[in-house]
Design a protein around this ligand. Structure first.
Ligand code: PLP
Length: 398
């Protein structure tokens, strides 16, 4: 199948995902991380299309969710509640109550909600506690990042957690480590794991440690995660773990980017070539409303000129069409770009479409899933009706 035939039918801008690559990635995790002792919950915030969720279910992954609507989408895609974890951030306690009502796994990341949970559910509903591993880190910049991050309960508050657990007889079934794709690396993961394994001994019923996300597929600013080494270290740690109850530990991972990052490409068309000062701009029919990561995180995405792959290499700043500074890439060497050329912006599968918006009142793009020799539209391009759908003029009776 030629991608150009797909694009001729659906147009640009368009996200295209490769199902086979996602399957390969999943198998890679399964074969390197402790076999039979690991479970993988796809972090659906990275790519929340229902067709992708169904693919994950086909692979027997669970689902990591961060909102009630994500849980609902997971259920709609056919996941059992027991295969879904809810890891919200600073939410009202009512969201946690709703998640319990739906029967999904609950992860709590602050002491206030843990106390409310204890008061309401006591030992009736199991819970997982999300830690911030800031004391596991020697690297000062990472430590600062964690210390100033809103996520998780600092590990040094373990004593307070244990007090609450005892007071309300809370059934803690899992310990979770807040990680981050921004800085997670091998050393942090291993040191955090050591802390969690030690902490697990202080609870009666902990049966898993959840490493969250952060597995990094590609070396760039930070190292790629060496899952082979991590797998070996974790296997040894699992073997050495001995809880007085005899309970063995399982591991959980919540990969987003590792599974879908490289499987997604944003195809755009070059619309305008213009030179300002010394800068050669290649303008395209997309922007950070479709892929915000280069502007938000300074993420690097290889850009390929599909229409002129053998052209002379020139330097471009590839920009979007929003009325903002809107760069996809600065000073990038790409074969000569002409108006109408199709550019492929790679590694855009994770946090691409799912962070998109209608900014500048421009519609979100089409999404396509390639599976072997077949291609499927899995989300239609938005139209004007989508843009104005919820805009009303409804009087509020006050
Ligand atoms: C709780 C949790 N799970 C999973 C993920 C997914 O991370 P990644 O896409 O880097 O695998 C994140 C990322 O922020 C996270 O915070």
């Amino acid at each position: 199948m030629k991608i150009v035939d797909v694009l001729n039918q659906v147009g640009t801008p368009c996200y295209v995902y490769d199902a086979e690559l996602i399957r390969n990635r999943y198998e890679k995790l399964q074969s390197h991380l402790p076999q039979g002792r690991s479970r993988f919950f796809f972090a659906m915030k990275s790519l929340s299309n229902l067709a992708i969720l169904r693919l994950m279910r086909e692979l027997k992954a669970g689902l990591d969710t961060v909102s009630l609507f994500e849980i609902q989408m997971g259920l709609q895609a056919g996941f059992e509640p027991s295969d879904i974890i809810f890891t919200p951030n600073v939410v009202h306690f009512s969201e946690i109550e709703a998640a319990v009502e739906l029967g999904v796994g609950v992860n709590i990341e602050n002491l206030n909600n843990l106390e409310k949970f204890g008061k309401k559910f006591g030992n009736d509903y199991p819970v997982c506690i999300r830690f911030n591993p800031n004391i596991a880190i020697e690297d000062q910049s990472s430590k600062k990042w964690y210390e100033e991050s809103k996520f998780g309960i600092p590990y040094k508050k373990l004593g307070l957690i244990l007090d609450l657990v005892q007071r309300y007889n809370i059934h803690v079934e899992g310990l979770h480590i807040h990680s981050s794709h921004v800085i997670m690396n091998h050393d942090i993961l291993i040191k955090s794991a050591e802390l969690m394994f030690q902490a697990a001994l202080k609870f009666d019923d902990v049966r898993y440690v959840d490493f969250g996300g952060g597995l990094n597929p590609k070396p760039r600013k930070q190292e790629a995660t060496d899952i082979v080494t991590i797998g070996k270290v974790l296997t040894t740690m699992l073997e050495n773990y001995q809880h007085p109850s005899g309970e063995e530990l399982q591991l959980r991972f919540e990969p987003g980017r590792f599974l879908v990052g490289e499987a997604g490409t944003l195809y755009v068309e070059a619309t305008v070539l213009k030179k300002n000062g010394n800068v050669q701009f290649a303008g395209v029919d997309s922007g950070f409303n479709h892929l915000i990561r280069p502007m938000f995180y300074d993420s690097h995405h290889k850009i390929e000129n599909m229409s002129n792959p053998e052209g002379r290499i020139e330097e471009y700043t590839v920009v979007g069409n929003l009325c903002e500074v809107d760069n996809f890439a600065k000073s990038r060497h790409i074969p000569t770009i002409r108006e109408g050329d199709i550019l492929a912006i790679h590694d855009a599968g994770a946090y691409g479409f799912s962070m998109s918006s209608q900014y500048n009142s421009r519609p979100r793009p089409t999404e396509v899933l390639l599976d072997g020799l077949e291609a499927f539209v899995i989300r239609e391009r938005e139209n004007f009706d989508d843009m104005v759908r919820n805009q009303v003029y409804r009087k509020i009776n006050v």
